[in-house]
Design a protein around this ligand. Structure first.
Ligand code: ATP
Ligand code: MG
Length: 442
């Protein structure tokens, strides 16, 4: 009797794993008109040509959760070359895995071919991180190589069904983030999945399943081996997700902020800047959720500001003049962060512009404000000053002054200027040390 039962369970287990649930529209409620026309046309064309094609991943998950998807990715059994051949307005991109960008109805879709997971002979580094996993596979294999059950859902606009291999729909209903397969193995293959777990949980209000959560503490160090550019991308996604405050709180709880990302150490372990950083993250979240543009440069400038302040102070103590000291401090801080996070050159330039404006906003004597307000990054510099004032590090009255100045016409601006305080002779002598004079002379 028991043996019979056991046999039944064991014989059934693999079958149950392989056969996906086909969930009808009455159950999940996503109608095809939730999919933009371009994605629908692309899928229809692939299907008419004899291929399987689905909306996959984040879009299906977000629609189920009642969130507007960022983009609509498509998965198919057609090879990239075949897809390229079917769509005139398309191109193959990507080196690690080749996908096709298809342009239709003013949208660009990413069309990727079903891929198998890394089981078996995948090339890994010495820590088990998968370096190449670009082997085409079946749809079931494609589902199994995805990270979380809620990310392995396939929506077919033709019959409005969801194909669900790993109980993702149920997990989403139960508000559980569950990893597909053995969590330790999946984190080893790609440590970034630990950060993704936190981001997804924060974004969707999910609880990370204990089995997926438990190994994170012990495996956090594996993030050190992830290439800087990839970490930077993932950090940007996290910080600009509209849930940065929730994400970072959870990262701290999971021990993911420690030691591995210098940036996060900085953010969370310096009491002075903590208030400033949380204010900045909260304001970024508010902007993202209001659909306003956000700039990575501004965000990173706020995250690292108190590091710069500390380094700046140290250089001034060493007798360096304020303005050169600030530049040395900025370069130092960016060097340290740049190594791990690969902050791009362009973003680094934005960051420096915003920082360099701060002392110039503080020194209002003479005609300086007229020149400062003409700076390309003035508005960002001013917004930055506002945050500093809110956190108590800068003078509120100073921020208010700039706001009035900004909104005033030329005549009113001239009337707001204050004369230089120092007598002319002393001013010239001090000029070399004066940050503003130094910069304006150049
Ligand atoms: P969003 O775009 O809203 O941040 P997403 O789930 O679409 O979330 P993407 O990074 O766009 O995230 O990835 C698309 C899909 O690719 C995911 O839904 C998941 O199925 C799969 N995927 C992404 N990254 C990984 C990973 N590191 N390991 C396994 N699968 C992944
Ligand atoms: Mg996506």
């Amino acid at each position: 009797m028991i043996r019979k039962l056991l046999r039944r369970v064991f014989n059934k287990a693999p079958a149950r794993e392989n056969a996906p649930a086909l969930i009808p529209v009455d159950t999940h409620g996503i109608r095809r008109d939730a999919i933009p026309p371009g994605a629908r046309q692309t899928i229809a064309r692939l299907q008419e040509s004899g291929h399987a094609a689905y909306v996959v991943g984040g879009a299906v998950r977000d629609l189920l959760a009642g969130i507007a998807p960022k983009d609509f990715d498509i998965a198919t059994d057609a090879t990239p070359e075949r897809v390229r051949g079917l769509f005139r307005r398309s191109r193959i991109i990507g080196r690690r895995f080749r996908i096709v960008h298809v342009m239709a109805g003013g949208e660009t879709m990413e069309v990727s071919t079903f891929r198998a997971g890394s089981d078996g002979e995948a090339e890994t580094d010495e820590h088990g991180r998968v370096l190449r996993d670009n082997v085409f596979g079946s749809m079931a294999e494609d589902a199994a190589r995805r990270d979380f059950t809620i990310n392995a859902l396939y929506y077919n606009p033709a019959d409005e069904t969801i194909t669900d291999y790993h109980h993702g729909v149920a997990d989403l209903q139960r508000k559980t983030l569950r990893i597909i397969g053995d969590p330790r193995k999946r984190y080893r293959e790609d440590p970034v999945r630990m950060l993704r777990a936190v981001r997804m949980a924060a974004k969707l209000g999910l609880v990370i399943d204990p089995a997926a959560r438990a190994p994170i503490h012990e495996m956090a160090d594996l993030l050190e081996n992830v290439p800087a550019a990839r970490l930077f991308d993932e950090m940007l996604k996290l910080l600009l997700s509209g849930h940065a405050v929730a994400c970072l709180k959870q990262l701290r709880e999971e021990g993911l902020h420690h030691g591995l990302l210098p940036l996060l150490d900085v953010i969370m372990e310096q009491p002075l800047g903590e208030r400033f950083v949380w204010l900045s993250l909260a304001s970024t979240d508010a902007r993202v959720n209001a659909g306003k543009p956000t700039s990575p440069g501004f965000l990173f400038a706020t995250l690292l500001w108190h590091e710069v302040l500390a380094a700046w102070e140290a250089h001034k103590q060493n007798g360096e003049a304020p303005f050169p000291a600030l530049h040395t401090a900025m370069d130092e801080v960016l060097d340290i962060q740049g190594g791990k996070l690969a902050i791009t050159r362009r973003i680094a330039a934005d960051i420096k512009d915003i920082w360099a404006l701060q002392p110039r906003l503080e020194n209002r004597a003479g005609r300086r404000p007229l020149r400062v307000i003409e700076q390309a990054r003035f508005k960002a510099g001013y917004d930055f000053l506002l945050l500093r004032a809110e956190s108590g590090e800068a003078d509120r009255a100073l921020a208010d002054w700039w706001q009035t100045f900004m909104n005033a016409d030329t005549e009113a601006r001239l009337a707001m200027l204050t004369p230089e305080k120092k007598p002319a002779s002393r001013r010239r002598r001090r000029g070399r040390k004066n940050p503003d004079a130094a910069q304006e002379a150049s």
